[in-house]
Design a protein around this ligand. Structure first.
Ligand SMILES: Nc1ncnc2c1ncn2[C@@H]1O[C@H](COP(=O)(O)OP(=O)(O)OP(=O)(O)O)[C@@H](O)[C@H]1O
Length: 191
């Protein structure tokens, strides 16, 4: 049993950090909350409706970035961004400027397999600058990022929360910015 009798609500402007040791069940919980896995018991609600009835609305309003980068390694950073925009029906925008702002200037046309781990992570996280989703579920988003990229990402979290978004994340690193509404949930795996 990873966890039981778990009950939580997340409102606009709130950041929830799921804490726990390796193997505690953080990723499992995030996958359940993202609708990618089912709990043995219990329900997940979105805007008062069980997910089973609001799956499309929920998925439309959700941006999930898991452990793996979710980028296509054969495509370039620019091609990945254009693919996401097309897949999510987003209007085209200046992706070159976005990639430059994430420290990827000059690397836009290289297949992602040739980028470093941190550079690939930046490409993956670029989605958070393109998505209109209000709910972000992020599994270890700071992995492989340097301090400056972590600071940029956290600043973006603040902006998203101020605009009425909500974030659920796991991280083994301390959050270094002040968040108006930060909550933590610690889960313990019982052997
Ligand atoms: N697909 C699976 N099938 C069976 N057991 C799994 C599966 N995925 C994970 N587990 C088990 O569930 C437990 C929780 O795993 P999970 O990945 O949720 O932990 P975590 O808290 O995210 O760990 P970490 O901090 O190492 O990322 C682990 O003991 C793991 O062995």
């Amino acid at each position: 049993m990873l966890f039981e009798q778990l009950s939580l609500q997340l409102h606009p402007g709130q950041l929830l950090q799921i804490k726990g040791k390796n193997g505690a069940g953080k990723s499992s919980l995030l996958r359940i909350l993202a609708g990618l896995a089912r709990a043995d018991e219990g329900e997940l609600y979105y805007q008062g409706q069980a997910i089973a009835q609001s799956r499309v609305d929920y998925a439309t309003n959700l941006c999930f970035i898991g452990h793996q980068s979710g980028i296509h390694e054969q495509l370039t950073a620019l091609e990945n961004l254009r693919f996401w925009r097309a897949a999510c029906d987003l209007t085209p925008a200046d992706d070159l400027a976005l990639l430059a702002s994430l420290g990827l200037a000059g690397l836009e046309d290289i297949p992602c397999r040739m980028l470093s781990a941190g550079q690939q992570r930046r490409v993956s996280l670029a989605r958070l600058w393109t998505t209109k989703a209000q709910i972000w579920i992020l599994d270890e988003p700071f992995t492989a990022l340097d301090q400056s990229a972590i600071a940029t990402l956290q600043q973006h979290f603040v902006t998203h929360l101020e605009q009425g978004g909500a974030i659920i994340l796991t991280t083994h690193q301390p959050l270094s910015l002040q968040y108006a509404q930060l909550f933590a949930l610690e889960i313990h795996y019982r052997w």
